[in-house]
Design a protein around this ligand. Sequence first.
Ligand code: HEM
Length: 512
Amino acid sequence: MFSATTITIFGFLPITLAYLLCTLFFHKKEKTINNKKPPGPPTLPIIGNLHKLGNLPHRSLQLLSKKYGPIMSLQFGQIPFIVISSSKAAELFLKTHDIYFASRPKSQGSEIMSYGSKGMAISEYGPYWRSVRKLCTLNLLSALKVEMFGPIRKEELGVLVKSLEKASLVGEVVNVSEAVENLIEDIMYKMILGRSKYEQFDLKGLIQEAMVLFGSFNVADYVPWLSAFDIQGLTRACKKMSKSLDEVLEVIITEHEESTNVEKTRHEDFIDILLSIMHHNIDKENEQSHAIDRTNIKAILLDVILGAIDTSANVIGWTFSELLRHPKVMKNLQNEIEKEVGNKRMVEEKDLKKFKYLDMVIDESLRLYPVGPLLLPRECRESVTIDGYFIKEKTRLIVNAWAIGRDPNVWSENAEEFYPERFVDKTMNYQGQDFECIPFGSGRRRCPGIHLGLVTVRFVIAQLVHCFNWELPSNITPSNLNMEEKFGLSIPRAQHLHAIPSYRLACDVNHE
Ligand code: HEM
């Protein structure tokens, strides 16, 4: 007779064996078919490949991609990354498989400063992000709304032209970078908050500090067990900044709430629009749609401010630098504008659609200087195999838009040269169809401010070039103008751009 124990053992043995065999078989199969990682450099303990990034990561990653290919594997600290460096690979990840990469990873700074990622830019993919994105694209950034805020752009640009005309009378060297940054700040703050100056606080200074913090490299995001020590002091700095920003936003929102009850003496701005839809269901067709509250409004405002100002100002800065380096292109542009507008009036926004060469100049500038050279990071939502490579859930995706725009296989041997004529027969579509140049990203997370950004950049460049001739200061020539960049949330020139304007219209804007 067999004992009960023996029966139990012999009863379970075949099951256990079958289980072990199955596990071995499937594990082996998964390993051989699915576990192939994209090629990449060897990693060091703890830091992985962090030492490979350098001061200008877009350039270091471009160099690495020449060795390891357009789909690379890297590891920063403990976090696995895939880095994409060609338009074909970008299409695979941002179009064919975009749904897998439509989320953003959490970072310590954004969690603290963006009200627990309640804005749009860094919130994870899901019903909340969809609702907020829809709200912003329909209510704040649609073509109609962009047009509605046209008078603010016209007025602020007019103020700058007047001050430049005065500078031109005395042959003053103008800090173009600073002038453009102030202009864009004034335009965007007026559009978003209703005004750009406050006596009680230094809003511009605060936002600039916040941008530096958002753009800082926080080692705890890559080696999470270090976060408890806050060795760079960034957690403390972010908490302090978040408190200051919140206080300022509270004052501004309260001011709006109070003025809605009394007679309105100002134009509608983003806060008015957001307050008017607060607590309403954003997307009536969608059951999972969220209603926004005051905290959401503050997070959205911060995202829009951070997304709009430096990007637009830096695109203008780079375009203007290239125009100064290429006087012939500047002249062609002036001729194009003058042909339509004459020399007795300033450019109006409605003129912009007639300027094909202006579009070519700006497309060329965006190709060479995508101001978000690595876009914003994405996070893989679910394990997936792409192009034969297995990509595990939570792997992060970096798209090197800077390398893509300079790929000689796509843009020919003169890819590094500023040559707007290459766009003569090519109209760029930044809405997700073209992958040869992706300065606004692509797929579900592409920039929602493309139209506003392009109108602003086109208008400012056209006006400055039409109203003035520009020369570099006497010690700088077009060929030795410094074109180095500085890495951050958005990439500006490393050195401010200086130039001397001379007024060229046959009318006096100071008396217009
Ligand atoms: C010429 C100017 C601009 C450039 C070059 C630019 C570029 C970019 C880039 C590269 C991204 C990341 C896209 C991705 O991950 O695929 C982005 C996202 C974003 N941009 Fe822009 N941008 C510009 C203007 C604006 C403006 C004017 C606004 C708002 C008023 C804005 C708001 C945003 C927001 C909220 C996101 C995050 C979208 C999301 O994650 O769903 N941008 N932008």
